[in-house]
Design a protein. Sequence first.
Length: 318
Amino acid sequence: MDKITQFCEPIAQSIIDSLQTADDGSKWEMPWASMEMRPHNYYTKEPYHGVNILAFAAKAMQMGYAQPYWMTFNQMRLMSKARGINLSVKGEKATRYVKYTPATKRGYTVIDDSTAITPDGEHVAAGKARYMACSIFTGFNVEQMTGWPADEFPELEPLTTELNHQPCVDWWAATGKRLPPVEVGVLAAFNTVSDVVVMPPLERFESEPHYWATLLHEFSHATGHDDRVGRVFASDKIGYAKEELIAEFSAAYLTSYFGIPGDLRHREYISSWVQLLKADPSVIWHVASQADTAATWLLEAGGLNWAKPFETDKEAAA
């Protein structure tokens, strides 16, 4: 088993377990409750992306961590030294995540930023000699660390059960013509040929949160258009299941961001998703990355970005 599959297997299994639980009609949602729960590195102040979102969020859900902040062991030591505190993770188990670092292909020699030499002595563009190497790292949640000052982490606000849809309205208006037009129809869908989203009228939905969650799902499909992110819309069963899972994950990221209570919107796909993840756990790598790219594109189309929760916390405390 390669290291990518080995890394993805427990993440995929946790999602399979939750999907199978939801197949009996129970509520299913992504393993984070609000935008404040998007995992961040507490040392670098940067959010995690792609499959690392799932890796950390799933572990936080499993262990009951309320804080979304993580660090490596070395980062913890550096922070301890810089701040004069004594942080420790004695007896705690780390969570694995992935990191891409620049590397040079075997046998190639990089001369400068523009030129490299192949194993045969040929001069080529430096980019042909480079690639991004995937490495497995480990990190700890800040709640696993002892030694923090008592007021280090303010309590996070629980997700409200009442929808304040105005942020969604404002975001949608700000996207202008970047998103496809929305037409009223019987069933929610994205037409890949005409580049149009079809939505039933609001009164057809169980609630307004259901409407917004469905619309964000369809807009996530729409990012696959060549004029946006660009994805191949496969017509085979496996490709279709992947695309639906990408849209479902992307919509989950966005409903979390906008504070919309989340639930699985497309239960009819559960069995195909479970089969897909069981057959190839590493597909979660592709799905998580594509979903993150889609959700990020949609936010940025409306002038928004993934906020850093610790900055908000510190501003509120100031």
